[in-house]
Design a binder for this molecule. Structure first.
Ligand code: HEC
Ligand code: HEC
Ligand code: HEC
Ligand code: HEC
Ligand code: HEC
Ligand code: HEC
Length: 396
């Protein structure tokens, strides 16, 4: 397999030479694949996107498929799929570089405390921790989560994951702290996951792409992840749908980890028959959906945050800029993941995410009856002492 992969890489390199059209200036180079269609179905000049809305005179299937020399039943080399995606998403294009930090996290990092969805192994989809009903023996790949041919969902997120069509419409009733959620399958043609995407106009070259009249409306977006509040773009009801569906998306594979407050113990039991419980992970409230605590791709020491929401870069800044004036080594030693299980794609280091919340709302108090908490009702005066928990404001 490995040997074949190298062969495929070499072939791909040959294809890649000449595949890209340099879009803009020499300084900052943005490249779009050039062998896509140039005339749309109405005869107008229009270059279609790489993923989806393919047009008549397209040659872009060849970006990923080989008609006669494919290496697997999909006419591409299956175990080489990651290499295929990375041939464009490794920074080559100047945007959507998944090896750089984004709202999806990071892929292929070799930094301290790195952990990521391993799409480079031959693991089965059912190897996901918490997979109970997910028995999919398909190989876990980029296309386990993304549909390279296009999707109604943002970021090409698949509508059927691990054989499960997860999308729903939710009726959410909130009375005081109680939240009741009823779900019904999403009507066909509706979007299950809409992310808070903002046009990335950070450079003149990106502006040129975003304003082009001949790129079939291609836009390059920066993601801000899930919507956590109603905005001009989404109503509260839609926001609930998108947020809850995002947890359902993760849980299509990690099904046993999905729980809302009302459902009580989860499905699994320990060997001796005890119920197993899990923190609420499917709620419209902050901090209780998967990507509130996890990245989708992966994490590392540069992305992890402490309870104050600081990264190692923040901590190395001078004190008058909100930092601690620490050396890189000091900051890394402080931030590193200590769990044997590793950093589990987390946004916050260790269990800082828990602490950030449980010191501000739903606080943890000292043990009643001790001098630190003499059985009064005003337990808020007797909270476990600690530091700066302002990182809570970052939890969606
Ligand atoms: C960006 C890469 C990419 C492009 C462009 C692309 N494909 Fe695919 N295609 C894939 C991958 C990856 C798979 C395997 C998906 C899987 O394993 O689920 C696939 C699978 C397929 C399949 C079989 C599975 C299915 O979804 O039905 C067909 C048929 C197919 N592609 C046709 C096309 C055609 C026709 C075009 C051009 C109009 C095209 N593809 C363009 C990456 C691509
Ligand atoms: C030939 C280059 C190329 C290859 C190969 C490629 N991509 Fe892309 N990808 C692009 C371009 C260009 C865009 C910008 C949107 C577009 O053109 O569809 C993009 C956008 C994306 C996006 C963001 C979509 C959006 O509009 O928000 C995702 C997710 C993505 N690609 C995943 C993949 C995956 C997964 C694979 C492998 C199966 C893959 N890409 C292979 C060129 C490529
Ligand atoms: C298509 C199936 C699939 C989907 C969807 C999926 N995962 Fe996973 N996940 C896996 C598999 C398989 C593993 C085990 C292999 C690995 O660690 O990459 C895993 C592992 C993990 C791990 C443990 C990683 C470690 O280092 O131990 C975390 C955390 C995780 N997933 C979170 C998520 C979150 C959050 C989402 C949604 C954004 C998600 N997963 C969506 C299949 C999936
Ligand atoms: C476990 C599911 C999963 C796997 C596996 C996965 N992705 Fe993603 N990817 C996501 C999700 C979810 C997002 C959207 C994150 C957000 O913005 O909230 C995303 C976002 C992206 C983006 C947009 C990044 C940006 O700049 O905002 C690209 C490009 C992409 N993925 C490519 C890939 C490639 C290439 C692979 C394989 C090497 C891959 N993905 C594997 C779930 C996955
Ligand atoms: C409140 C924060 C929080 C939320 C919400 C959350 N997680 Fe986690 N998750 C964690 C922490 C912390 C760990 C590492 C410690 C542990 O395993 O308990 C973890 C670990 C994991 C692991 C690795 C477990 C292992 O056995 O290796 C997976 C997989 C995972 N989470 C998936 C999910 C999925 C899927 C969801 C949504 C359905 C989710 N998480 C929601 C905080 C969270
Ligand atoms: C965004 C805030 C937030 C985060 C982050 C958070 N919690 Fe919670 N937690 C709550 C709230 C609020 C409740 C009350 C029940 C509910 O609404 O889900 C709760 C309930 C609990 C409970 C009581 C059991 C229950 O369901 O009532 C425990 C134990 C707990 N959390 C531990 C943790 C741990 C461990 C983590 C880190 C993995 C964590 N919490 C992260 C807000 C949070």
């Amino acid at each position: 397999m490995r040997k074949l992969k190298i062969g495929f890489s070499a072939l791909l390199m040959l294809i890649l030479v000449g595949m890209f059209a340099t879009f803009a200036s020499a300084e900052e180079v943005y490249k779009l694949p050039s062998n896509v269609g140039t005339v749309d179905n109405s005869g107008n000049t229009n270059t279609h996107k790489t993923h989806g809305n393919f047009q008549n005179n397209t040659n872009s299937c060849a970006n990923c498929h080989s008609t006669h020399n494919g290496e697997d039943e999909m006419l591409l080399m299956r175990s080489g799929e990651k290499e295929l995606c990375m041939s464009c998403h490794d920074g080559t294009m100047g945007f959507y570089d998944v090896t750089k930090a984004s709202e999806a996290g990071v892929i292929d990092s070799h930094e301290m405390s790195a952990s990521m969805h391993d799409v480079d192994s031959d693991l089965a989809v059912k190897a996901a921790p918490g997979a109970l009903k997910n028995t999919s023996t398909a190989t876990f790949e980029c296309s386990s989560c993304h549909n390279p041919h296009g999707s109604a969902n943002d970021r090409l997120l698949k509508e059927t994951v691990a054989g499960k069509t997860y999308a729903n419409t939710y009726k959410v009733t909130i009375v005081g702290y109680a939240e009741t959620i009823e779900k019904t399958p999403l009507a066909v043609g509706n979007k299950a996951i809409k992310l808070n995407l903002i046009e990335d106009n950070s450079t003149p070259e990106l502006q040129a792409i975003n304003n082009s009249a001949t790129l079939s409306g291609l836009k390059i977006y920066k993601s801000n992840g899930i919507y956590n509040a109603a905005t001009a773009d989404v109503t509260k009801e839609k926001m609930y749908d998108y947020k809850l569906n995002y947890s359902e998306f993760c849980a299509a594979c990690h099904d046993d980890y999905l729980k809302n407050r009302e459902n009580g113990p989860r499905d699994a039991k320990t060997a001796d028959g005890h119920d197993l419980y899990t923190h609420t992970t499917s709620s419209t409230k902050a901090g209780r959906s998967c990507t509130a605590c996890h990245f989708a791709h992966g994490t590392d020491i540069n992305l992890l945050r402490d309870t104050a929401g600081k990264t190692i870069a923040d901590l190395q800044k001078p004190v008058d800029q909100g930092g601690k004036d620490w050396t890189e080594d000091q900051a890394k030693a402080y931030m590193k993941e200590v769990s044997d299980k590793g950093s589990s794609l987390k946004r916050f280091t260790n269990m800082a995410v828990c602490w950030a919340c449980h010191q501000s709302t739903h606080q943890i108090a000292n043990t009643p009856g001790t001098t630190n908490y003499p059985n009064t009702t005003d337990y808020k005066n007797y909270l476990v002492p600690g530091g700066d928990y302002s990182g809570k404001s970052l939890i969606k």
